[in-house]
Design a protein around this ligand. Structure first.
Ligand SMILES: Nc1ncnc2c1ncn2[C@@H]1O[C@H](COP(=O)(O)O)[C@@H](OP(=O)(O)O)[C@H]1O
Ligand SMILES: [Mg+2]
Length: 276
């Protein structure tokens, strides 16, 4: 068992990347199998693949960091948060997994005192992975799993005055989100699923993602950290960063905006985020 050394969050993120790549292989293998799906209480689907990937991730985390609580979407969503805990979504975008768009991700975040400090988002079917400790890096997922990932630093881009690129959920839109987006000069609306939306903004491929409809902490913590370390931010309606570990509200998030450039916050009517 490894002591949790939170001085080297980049190393923790690399370890999380290995776990996410392995979980991604499980998902890829099961993608082609005929998967029985179930509908959960919140109306969202779940499959045997969610469960298999979640079991693998929890086992691996316990092998490395035994004793740190793991809050995970499918089987461990009532585990209590602590000063340190992991948030895991083994298959974010289950609908897209089932319908074969490939826009699904594996999200893992280590949270300390309410904020993520090391995280990974892997998109196995797209062959892309992002990690963040102190800084954000991205790379292609190797086709031979034992190969090293060719990591490159990524940064979000300064927001243009007009013709912003907005990412919108493929499956979960709502009127409040549309009203918020209508205050911006959007040139391109691109549909995307899962935590990929945060990562595309972190890589400078889009500018803004607003979400007023429901999400869970495991949907956002890893992507929030990846975007925040790449120069962007994820903020609630008052302009404050999101915090994690809210068992009292069933680990549900409020509305948020993910921005590649903090200067977009006032344009959305939000207070300017305070520098971390
Ligand atoms: N009614 C609801 N309550 C809580 N979370 C919801 C929800 N409807 C959708 N979500 C969240 O939105 C995520 C998908 O977002 P998107 O459509 O942008 O990819 C889902 O992730 P999962 O697929 O992991 O369940 C789910 O957690
Ligand atoms: Mg999810």
């Amino acid at each position: 068992m490894m002591r949790l050394d939170d001085h080297d969050t980049d190393s923790i993120a690399l370890r999380l990347a290995r776990i996410a790549v392995e979980a991604g292989q499980v998902l890829r293998r099961l993608e082609t199998a005929l998967i029985e799906k179930h509908v959960k209480d919140d109306g969202s689907p779940t499959t045997a693949a969610d469960l298999a990937a979640e079991k693998l991730i929890i086992d691996r985390i316990h092998q490395v960091w035994d004793g740190v609580p793991v809050i995970a979407e499918e089987t461990s969503c009532t585990v209590k948060a602590d000063d340190y805990f992991f948030l895991v979504d083994p298959l974010d975008g289950t609908g897209d997994y089932i319908y074969g768009t490939g826009e699904y991700s594996v999200n893992i975040a280590l949270v300390r005192n309410g904020r993520p400090i090391a995280s990974v988002v892997a998109a196995p079917a797209m062959g892309r992975i992002w990690i963040a400790g102190e800084t954000t890096r991205s790379g292609p997922i190797p086709t031979t799993p034992s190969d090293e990932i060719a990591w490159q630093d990524v940064r979000s881009r300064p927001a243009p005055e007009r013709d912003l690129v907005a990412l919108v959920s493929r499956r979960h839109g709502d009127q409040a989100t549309e009203a918020c987006l209508s205050t911006l000069s959007i040139g391109t609306r691109r549909m995307a699923s899962s935590a990929l939306k945060f990562c595309l903004i972190a890589s400078g491929e889009a500018d803004v993602y607003v979400r007023c409809g429901p999400t869970m902490e495991w949907d956002t913590a890893a992507g929030d950290h990846i975007l925040s370390c790449a120069g962007g931010c994820v903020v609630g309606p008052g302009g404050a960063p999101l915090t994690y570990g809210h068992e009292d509200r069933g680990y549900r998030n409020g509305a948020f905006a993910a921005l590649g450039d903090m200067a977009l916050a006032p344009r959305l009517g939000l207070a300017l985020p305070k520098a971390a």
